[in-house]
Design a protein around this ligand. Structure first.
Ligand code: TPP
Length: 333
């Protein structure tokens, strides 16, 4: 693994592990609940891509902005969003981070710099670029990071954001999670050339193993430092894979059709490729943490997830009347 924070910094390493486990465990729980019909609406799970959000967000602080995607739970948790209120949001409860009005695809917490998951593919480009422009105008040193998928890179707004962020030297990091899939389509069947080549025309680029949390972190450190120095945007592309379907109702939606084989999925589920098990191996082999400590994190995270399920179940259904009063920033709930 590519180590960038120094093996002596044990706490920082364990935090990376804890965050990835939190995302994995909470998403597996959501998957089971969705299967049992116990969640309102659809969920798009992030399982397999945890090292991207966690590695990237470990370099950002609360003041920095992120924009996310339809697959946004991992970004929300990696940036410091609270699990309980995220679950309550997914459950459609008033206790939710957006009062239950947004649901899974719109989890947001501005106090943590989380400008929101987004059901519009490519919708984050303009928002993240605008946040970066605001940071530049104010000179407040904030950085804006835009998470997007390889499918979103085929939206025109990708080009528009690269252009203006480059021309105006905005503190922006364009972070592409290239999992090779776009909804139910294999991306290469609808994508010309290499995505990184599009970005090279505008800014420094780096392509990393997106299942190696330390490699992601190392690339992000360079991109964020450059942005903070006022030198403009960077593009980071993390090669990864989505283990679950596009959404949890996928099998029913596809009606027996498929766009990938079980063997293709299994190729990414090996201990050497899975972002969590390989980081666990690294921690043990480097003498940073033993198996007992990692198991301790697993138990701690499982308790947090069960607590969040109970919190969300005990919540009150969203007040639909709020739909008319939450449109503008100066309106009170
Ligand atoms: C503007 C827009 N067009 C189409 C869709 C339907 N849609 C949902 S996800 C998706 C593909 C997204 O691909 P990618 O960005 O690679 O995300 P991933 O497949 O990794 O989740 C599409 C076309 C949408 N949500 N928004």
């Amino acid at each position: 693994m590519n180590s960038s924070i120094g093996a002596d910094n044990k706490r920082a390493y364990l935090e990376l592990m804890e965050r990835m486990l939190l995302i994995r465990t909470s998403e597996e729980r959501l998957g089971r609940l969705a299967k049992n019909g116990e969640l309102p609406g659809a969920v798009h799970l992030y399982i397999g891509q945890e090292a991207c959000a966690v590695g990237a967000c470990s370099v950002l602080d609360d003041r920095d902005w992120i924009t996310s995607t339809h697959r946004g739970h991992g970004h929300f948790l990696a940036k410091g969003g609270e699990l309980r209120t995220m679950f309550a949001e997914i459950w459609g409860k008033r206790e939710g981070i957006c009062k239950g009005m947004g649901g899974s695809m719109h989890v947001a917490d501005f106090s943590k710099g989380i400008l929101g998951a987004n059901g519009i593919v490519g919708g984050g480009f303009g928002i993240a670029t605008g946040a970066a422009f605001g940071a530049k105008l104010r000179g407040d040193g904030r950085v804006s990071a835009c998470f997007f998928g390889d499918g979103a890179a085929n939206q025109g707004t990708f080009m528009e954001s690269m252009n203006i962020s480059s021309a105006w030297e905005l503190p922006l990091v364009l972070f592409c999670e290239n999992n090779g899939l776009s909804e139910f389509t294999v991306s290469r069947t609808v994508t010309g050339g290499q995505l990184v080549d599009r970005a090279k025309a505008f800014m420094p680029t780096e392509v990393v193993d997106g299942n190696d949390v330390l490699a992601v972190q190392a690339a992000m450190i360079k991109a964020v430092e450059r942005a903070r120095r006022g030198q403009g945007p960077s593009y980071v592309e993390a090669k990864t894979y989505r283990i679950r379907g596009h959404l949890e109702a996928e099998d029913a939606m596809l009606g027996g059709g498929t766009y990938r084989t079980k063997d293709q999925i299994a190729e990414w589920q090996t201990p050497e490729r899975d972002p969590i098990s390989r980081f666990g191996d690294y921690l043990r082999e480097a003498g940073i943490a033993d198996a007992g400590e990692i198991d301790g994190l697993r138990s701690q995270v499982s308790r947090m997830v069960e607590d969040a399920v109970a919190y969300a179940n005990a919540g009150t259904d969203a007040d639909v009347g709020l739909a008319h009063s939450l449109m503008f920033a100066d309106q009170e709930a």
